[in-house]
Every structure is written in structure tokens, then in C-alpha cells.
Write a protein that binds this ligand. Structure first.
Ligand SMILES: [Zn+2]
Length: 179
């Protein structure tokens, strides 16, 4: 379907309320069965257009992004050294670190077990973004949810989270275009 030249995919799921999700520039409408997508689109039109603009900007920026040259070993050593540095800074212990292929996540933390799994594609991110993600996942050991306390922890180390998040989306586009 289409709204003002913006394409979107509709899927019906057993959800209580309709949802609009934007993932790497692609718009998804998740609807409870029996709903009309047009109504939801009209209702969230401004938000959708705003989001779409933001993603388009990230996509344009992705063209100039540089991919660092690291071997698999160098990458893993770097992650482990960041883990030991940041876990000390935050005063937590990380039990296990592993690497996996994820479709749309940079990493996952299981706070209860203190286990962190990172996406393999982190290997192609510059140091500062890698640091940002590693710190983010370790911070989840202290604060499971993305709540106010969590973002305060992050802001204590990286004062411009929004810039980092934007950079990450640009890199997501970049990595998609070369994979
Ligand atoms: Zn998180």
C-alpha cells in the first residue's frame, strides 16, 4: 500500500492495539485482525512523514561512512577489552560474551545471567560506535529496560545519544548496501 508516496507493509497480528513501526526506513503497520490500515495511516500521518524524513537523511549520510579494517580476531579482542573497561567503570560483572548473526539487533543482554551477545556486523562499525553499543549492553545489567534510569547511565558516558543512534542507522543502511 501507499500513502503520499511512502510505501508500507501491512501485517495482521494478534495485538490489542494497532502499531506503526519503522525499521531501517521501511514502514510496517501491525494491525489486530479486521482493522482498516487507511484509518491508522491517516491518524499517524505527520509522525510517519517525520520519521521517514529522518530515515532518508540517514540513508543519504550512509554514503560517506567508512568501514574499518579489522580481522575477526582484532574485532573480538577489541570487544573483550571494552567489556573489561566498561564493566569496571559501571561496577558490574559480565559472565559471558558471545557473537551471533542478528537481523536487526546490535546486541542482546540477559541481565539475570549477565550474558551479552553481539551481532557479528559490529566488526564493521567504527570504534566510537562499537564503544557505544558495548556500553549500552553492559548498562542493561544494571537496568533491564530502556527507562529514564537507563538513559541516565548512558548519558553519563555519551552526552549525545541521539547523534550516536542516528550514526548507527546510517551504518545499518551502509552495511545493507554492501552485504
Ligand atoms: Zn537496549
Amino acid at each position: 500500500m501507499e500513502l503520499d508516496g511512502i510505501e508500507f507493509e501491512v501485517s495482521y497480528r494478534k495485538v490489542r492495539y494497532a502499531r506503526v513501526e519503522l525499521k531501517t526506513g521501511k514502514l510496517f503497520l501491525i494491525l489486530p485482525p479486521g482493522n482498516d490500515p487507511k484509518v491508522l495511516l491517516e491518524k499517524h500521518k505527520d509522525w510517519i512523514i517525520e520519521k521517514k524524513k529522518f530515515f532518508d537523511e540517514c540513508k543519504r549520510n550512509s554514503a560517506d561512512k567508512q568501514i574499518p579494517n579489522r580481522t575477526e580476531t582484532e574485532f573480538k579482542e577489541l570487544v573483550l577489552s571494552l567489556i573489561s573497561r566498561f564493566s569496571q567503570e559501571l561496577g558490574v560483572t559480565v559472565n559471558n560474551v558471545s557473537f551471533k548473526k542478528f537481523k536487526s539487533k546490535w546486541g542482546i543482554c540477559i541481565p539475570k545471567r549477565k550474558n551479552i551477545t553481539f551481532n557479528h556486523t559490529l566488526r564493521y562499525l567504527p570504534d566510537r560506535l562499537l564503544e557505544y553499543i558495548v556500553f549500552h549492553e553492559i548498562a542493561h545489567i544494571l537496568e533491564r529496560k530502556h527507562n529514564h534510569r537507563f538513559w541516565n547511565l548512558i548519558a553519563g558516558k555519551f552526552n549525545d545519544c541521539q547523534e550516536f543512534d542516528k550514526e548507527l542507522i546510517s551504518y545499518q543502511f551502509k552495511l545493507q548496501s554492501i552485504s
